[in-house]
Design a binder for this molecule. Structure first.
Ligand code: FE2
Ligand code: FE2
Length: 403
């Protein structure tokens, strides 16, 4: 049986089924193994692992630990409570904003690509080149944040660093819109997000793109990208403290297990904390050379589970509201056994969004698209219910084709 325990409860002889560790730079070769000695445990603690899953059939058991199913049920209950009363009315429909958001995303990808290439060639980083595109991103997010968010979910394995930079910028801006709608910080945070990994231009490609676990030395070199990033920005004109904090603190963790300074809780700026949340989320949901990205719905749930240790639980609640329990553009299974795409979550209960049914899962064929408002009753455009989220790759359905 798979059970969840805290790392403090781990003993030699237990079989680690899954380290429940979402960020990929950890140096463990595999996620599942038998714990041999206390050294194994110390190493896990040292890398910020707080909770993990054991398999009680393959190793020692811990009798009163909750099972995976119990953990999942409790997460579902809590997340539904958090999002069920949240309402954010988008002024423009997703469909209307998508055309513009696509142009903005392409422009952002190009500019960040140019900037990073320039830095690699020894040029100073011209942060003011980001201003116009960040302003356009912010305008798009204020019209309908889900347009840019759903586009940032499409990633290819190559040019990961560019796309990841733009996604982190966009996600961080959306997060700020939900958290501090009137702060006027959205653009500054966006610049920080776009530049957060600029220091990776100083990390050798063979480490950056290594398709396996990093050696301890390589891991240290990789971690240096935060310091490199700060040095690069120190040379730039007009960089604000807000943007700088995002770059400097995006690998710190709420419990002090991050790097480089092992800052804890309020020692981090609030935008630094938000950047650490968004960076992990985007990395988890991206396909990489060595593994498939996690489903966004699953990633949000995982991060919620981790919020007792690695992230501020209050900020995670706001992040869950930003992304939604069923992110726009992802797939769900309906009670009627139709597969549908999440279209929007405006102005209503986030657990009962508007969806577009496109596929019959029983007959395994596409059906004429039908929009269903899950908050309405049968006969009023509704009358169905989400039973689970579904992975787009499992069904081979491209949600972007339908929105
Ligand atoms: Fe980073
Ligand atoms: Fe990153």
């Amino acid at each position: 049986m798979i059970k969840k325990i805290r790392v403090a409860q781990l003993k030699p002889g237990m079989f680690v089924h899954d380290m429940d560790c979402g960020w990929m730079e950890h140096p463990f070769l595999t996620d599942s193994f038998t714990v041999r000695n206390d050294k194994d445990i110390e190493r896990m603690v040292g890398h910020g692992i707080f909770e993990l899953f054991i398999d009680s059939e393959k190793g020692l058991d811990l009798a009163d630990a909750p099972t995976r199913v119990e953990v999942e049920q409790s997460v579902t209950r809590k997340i539904s409570e958090i999002v069920s009363k949240f309402k954010l009315v988008e002024p423009v429909s997703l469909h209307e904003e998508l055309i513009n958001a696509r142009l903005v995303r392409d422009e952002a990808n190009k500019i960040i690509g140019d900037l990073m290439t320039g830095v690699r060639q020894g040029k100073k980083v011209e942060t003011d080149r980001l201003d116009p595109v960040v302003n356009r991103m912010s305008a798009s997010i204020l019209r309908n944040k889900d347009a840019l968010l759903s586009l940032c979910r499409i990633k290819e394995k190559d040019s990961y660093t560019f796309r990841h930079s733009v996604s982190v910028g966009a996600l961080l801006m959306c997060f700020t819109r939900v958290f501090k709608p009137r702060s006027g910080d959205m653009e500054l945070v966006g610049i920080g997000g776009m530049l957060h990994d600029i220091g990776k231009t100083m990390v050798p490609d063979r480490i950056l793109n290594k398709p396996g676990a990093l050696t301890p030395d390589e891991y240290v070199t990789m971690q240096m990208h935060v310091q490199h990033g700060q040095n690069i920005l120190a040379d730039a004109r007009d960089i604000t403290q807000t943007s700088f904090d995002v770059v400097a603190q995006h690998h710190e963790r709420f419990d002090g297990s991050g790097y480089p300074l092992r800052l804890k809780g309020s020692e981090m700026s609030v935008y630094g904390q938000m950047a650490s949340i968004v960076d992990v989320y985007d990395a988890m949901t991206s396909d990489r050379v060595y593994r498939m990205g996690m489903d966004p719905t699953l990633a949000v749930r995982k991060m919620f589970e981790w919020s007792r240790s690695h992230f501020d639980p209050e900020l995670i609640q706001i992040f869950v509201r930003t992304i939604g329990i069923y992110p726009v553009g992802t797939l769900v299974m309906l009670e009627s056994k139709r597969i549908a795409i999440i279209l929007n979550q405006d102005g209503r209960d986030l657990t009962r969004p508007v969806v577009r049914a496109v596929y019959d899962a029983t007959k395994r064929c596409y059906i004429p698209p039908q929009d269903i408002d899950l908050s309405a009753n049968l006969g009023h455009g509704g009358g169905d219910r989400i039973t689970s989220h579904e992975s787009a790759s499992k069904w081979g359905i491209d949600p972007q084709q339908f929105i």
